[in-house]
Design a binder for this molecule. Sequence first.
Ligand code: ATP
Ligand code: TZP
Ligand code: MG
Ligand code: MG
Length: 268
Amino acid sequence: MSYLERVRALNPLVHNITNLVVAPFTANGLLALGASPFMAYAQEEVADVARIAGAVVLNIGTLDEKVVHSIRLAGQSANANHVPVVLDPVGAGATAYRTETVQQLVRDLRLTVLRGNVAEVAHVIGVPWTIKGVDAGAGEGDRISIAERAAQQLECIVVITGQYDIITDGYQTFIASNGHVLLTQVTGAGCLLSSVVGAFAAVAQPGDDLLSSIAQAVSFYGVAAEQAAALTAQLGPGSFQIELLNQLAKVTPELLSAHAQIRQIRGG
Ligand code: ATP
Ligand code: TZP
Ligand code: MG
Ligand code: MG
């Protein structure tokens, strides 16, 4: 059974502490995929929710002191109960508060997956990277080495997204090239991907190849976006956003295998 089929069969509970821009879109995307979203933020309950979840997805998009406290409690509970933890370091590098917070979180928590754009991931490990407009100028090699360095330093899987997505544990590295530029015109496209990654991490069993399951999550999301764009590109981002939800429900394992563009560039 593919990891996609497993998500749909097992309907994993995904605990999200996310930002106020993307919460409903993320919940709808997880439901469409076949997972069970749970947004829970209160410091009184996050440890209990994280303990029973299949995965915990932590997102600092609209952080404040209370959110950060809840993120830390949820992450610690997940770590203590062997629940996978995904961190989306939204805006790391944009302000000192975000950078310092996220750097402290990665010291305090054991991550399963870190998913962000190249600037965010660079700032998590203290590498300077201009937060806007640098992607185009910097070579693909830079993005790969940032991802691999981050994965080795944090001892977790790192996913750096953009026109091409890099998925690495620091020793084995994949490049996935599905996706569509319309994803850049929908707010929360990255945040939802982080939660989709959480759903795939939730169904990995001990002894499974977790890196392959995360790579499959990233390709699946890119293929869903391509299918959505084929139906709505002439209409625009609003229609694309809705169709993306439809395609998260519709893309089959067979369609995914036929369309996935993924290659291993290191290890294996
Ligand atoms: P950013 O804030 O830099 O937009 P993000 O958190 O929104 O980051 P993205 O890097 O945009 O995350 O990734 C979200 C999804 O969009 C991924 O599936 C990625 O492959 C896809 N994507 C991003 N840019 C492009 C592009 N130019 N062409 C095709 N797909 C893209
Ligand atoms: N502002 C704070 S969080 C957020 C915005 C616009 C959403 C970012 O979502 P994504 O997935 O990184 O585009
Ligand atoms: Mg984006
Ligand atoms: Mg983002």
